[in-house]
Design a binder for this molecule. Structure first.
Ligand code: RP5
Length: 164
């Protein structure tokens, strides 16, 4: 059984409660792989002090990867990355008149020097953020790497050869 007092290797942060249905896809994928995650609502503009405290303490808290989801102007991933050198994976959330393209451009267009690994818009991006976080953790965790290989092998086996 997992040590409930151990640090969370992954943090999932999001700008709003309204982001949770998308970010829960990342949480569910981490659960599938048995990777513990700390899920929090942290907004760069509504709760900047909360963001500062979280991001500056993330490495000392044992966090290895941060997945940050945000919509609209979507500055959460970039500001988080500015405050920590823990890798940040950004997930653009759709929900505005621009259907997530605003968030995508905002997150992906970080000026050189402060990287955010940017995934696709919405649920597929959240799923891939989790898988990328798992791949990063698997660099130092052979058992997790094996689970990732098994996941890929299952995906391969499940892909039909012909349309039905
Ligand atoms: C962003 O504004 C959040 O990440 C969310 O995607 C968007 C809308 O937030 P709510 O108005 O639904 O709280 O900061």
């Amino acid at each position: 059984m997992a040590d409930q007092n151990a640090p969370f290797p992954v943090a999932i942060i999001m700008g709003s409660q309204s982001d949770w249905p998308v970010m829960k896809v990342a949480a569910d994928m981490l659960d599938h792989f048995g990777v513990r995650h700390d899920d929090r609502i942290i907004s760069a503009h509504r709760t900047p002090e909360r963001l500062h405290a979280f991001a500056t303490g993330a490495r000392a808290a044992g966090c290895k990867v941060i997945i940050a989801g945000a919509g609209g102007a979507a500055h959460l991933p970039g500001v988080t990355a500015a405050l920590t050198t823990v890798p940040v994976l950004g997930v653009p959330i759709a929900g505005t008149a621009l259907a997530g393209q605003d968030a995508l451009y905002s997150i992906v267009q970080m000026p050189g020097g402060i990287p955010v690994g940017t995934l696709g818009i919405g649920a597929a991006g959240a799923k891939n953020a989790a898988l990328l976080a798992i791949a990063i953790l698997a660099l130092e965790d052979p058992a997790l790497a094996q689970k990732l290989d098994d996941y890929r092998a299952q995906m391969n086996a499940d892909a039909p050869h012909r349309p039905q």
